[in-house]
Design a protein around this ligand. Sequence first.
Ligand code: BG6
Length: 334
Amino acid sequence: MRSRSLRVLLEVFVPDDPELFVGLKENLDMDTLSAVAELDRRFGIPGLASVGVGNGAMPRVQITSSLCEAEMYLHGAQVTSWKPAGNNNAEVLFLSSKSRWTDGQAIRGGIPICFPWFRAKANDSQAPAHGFARTKAWRLESILEEDDALVVSMMTESDEHSRRWWPGEFQLVHRVTFGSQLKLELVCTNTGTTTLRFEEALHTYNRVSDIQHVSVLGLDAVRFLDNTDSNKEKAQRGDVVFTSQTDNAYLNTSDTVELFDPNMRRRIRLAKANSLTTVVWNPWREKASEMRDLGNDEWARFLCVEASNILDDAVNLAPGQEHRITAILTVERL
Ligand code: BG6
């Protein structure tokens, strides 16, 4: 039997639709609810931002403003939903129906943060793919109003767990501005005494109508490394269109790229700063069938376009210095 106070907290912090709360029963306990309630008391802004219990009983921030609706989990400091006002408040991000919602696992969809390595870690097959930042809970630092937008900051830093995989001493802050644009700023500070070298990516899963009917503009003639072909260097010809598994790292890219989706009658623009590589990824049917956290046929419903600094463009950061990668998403209705 649940205690009375647990019942009260449940009523306040768990919204009505139980299907949205995968794993809730197994994971929900009084400590979690009290912790979430405390976060909400400290950081919530009535009518605009609240902290509640999400999938897997994980804490998440929910935004409801005149400019957008959005969600961001403390797990991985991961944005999982952004619906700018207008165009029927259409969702911009893809989230897998089979995502895992557990500590130590990545959420499949939204915008995972890859840090401090990208893909597999060199010479370490045991290390988690794309680093450890996306599989752990970050700390909520603040929720602030800035004009009509809401700015959520979360942080994590080096600890025993990160040192197990990587010796770097660091602090990471993810500052996300939820408005009519979605602005992501990932700031890494070197808190150690030696130079840090790391890769990073804001691994955006854009929701698309059908991967076979979208294209990416703005990369014509840009050189890229094709990860489906032993990372051979190639040159893009025209717009990027999709007919098979695609895993390209476009080099020396600073210009805005556009994801053109005529069926959804929209363009999603990605502008970025302090990012030298742009990764474009879709696993296609066969590779997706090996991914247990992706629903049937969902591979056709997303395209990742990722502001990043990977491979030879990894960041070198001197002690005491900070590096900020920025990605700004905007949606234009066609
Ligand atoms: C992409 C990488 O960004 O992420 C791919 O370029 C990788 O190589 C993909 O397969 C998915 O990675 P994960 O670890 O989230 O399955």
